[in-house]
Design a protein around this ligand. Structure first.
Ligand code: ZN
Ligand code: ZN
Length: 275
């Protein structure tokens, strides 16, 4: 059989194609994320310039790694990776060397098509993913960590992901998990898991349970949801409880709608029939 293997996963592909459909989706995902990650990094750097003298002095017990003074270097690495590979794409490039501009350009179908033919396509994915994760950890948003439950009965670690990242890792053995898959598992198995409201709403969304943030805030304010306080002082809620309240509210809403409809029907029926 003639053909070339996918640089990412080794699947055999038609001759000259170096990236399978799945690995291409991964690349597109990382390029899309680059825009957000870069923006967050810039915000973090700006804030720091404004006088975050105490940055990095968090206690040793802090779960969050000290906010590095090398966020600049990390951002520069991302820029270098993108400008470097962009030069190898045989197409008209944007004049800018800004990561978000280059990533947006690379994500266009014409460029993706060219990249899929390059023997370095998988290297780009690997380097980009590693660099984006470092950027995420260096930004203030790294505080937004999602807990994805315990690893397994064999490993005492917990699976954690940074909000928005595709992969999470076990805190002990460092095994990697796809965040979305782990979310699904968390919802079906680990109902006791607690997290800040926005994270729970996001997690439930992956199961097609759509809770409006305003509603959830309302339930919390009316003590339909009981909050816990996590180590870092943030309010967290139980996933199962949010789900239960949502189901109750949906049922109630349906009941009210049905009653309104019946009453309306009754009023119409009670009207004398016009001759
Ligand atoms: Zn592949
Ligand atoms: Zn583990």
């Amino acid at each position: 059989m003639s053909g070339t293997p996918c640089g990412g996963c080794g699947a055999m592909l038609a001759s000259g194609i170096r990236l399978c459909h799945d690995c291409t989706t991964t690349l597109e995902y990382h390029l899309e994320q680059t825009v957000d990650v870069w923006a967050n990094l810039q915000i973090t750097l700006e804030r720091r310039d404004v006088g975050a003298a105490s940055v990095g002095l968090g206690g040793a017990a802090s779960a969050v790694e000290p906010l590095n003074l090398d966020a600049h270097d990390i951002g520069y690495t991302l820029q270098t990776i993108l400008t470097g590979w962009a030069q190898h794409i045989p197409a008209m490039r944007p004049a800018s060397t800004q990561p978000h501009i280059l990533a947006t350009w690379m994500r266009q179908p014409a460029q993706i098509k060219l990249i899929r033919g390059m023997d370095w396509a998988a290297d780009l994915i690997g380097e980009l993913e590693e660099s984006l994760n470092k950027c995420r950890e260096a930004t203030d948003r790294s505080l937004e960590r999602i807990s994805l439950g315990h690893h397994s009965t064999e490993c005492p670690g917990k699976v954690r992901a940074i909000a928005g990242a595709r992969w999470g890792r076990c805190t002990e053995c460092r095994e990697r998990f796809e965040a979305a898959t782990q979310h699904q598992w968390m919802i079906s198995e680990a109902w006791h898991v607690t997290a800040p409201l926005p994270h729970i709403i996001r997690a439930l969304r992956t199961l097609h349970v759509f809770v409006k943030p305003k509603d959830a805030e309302n339930w919390a304010a009316r003590h339909k949801l009981i909050s816990c306080i996590s180590d870092d002082g943030a309010k967290t809620y139980q996933l199962k409880q949010v789900y239960d309240v949502h189901q109750t509210m949906v049922a109630k809403r349906e009941r009210v709608a049905a009653q309104t409809k019946l009453k309306k029907q009754a009023r119409l029926d009670a009207q004398p029939i016009a001759a």
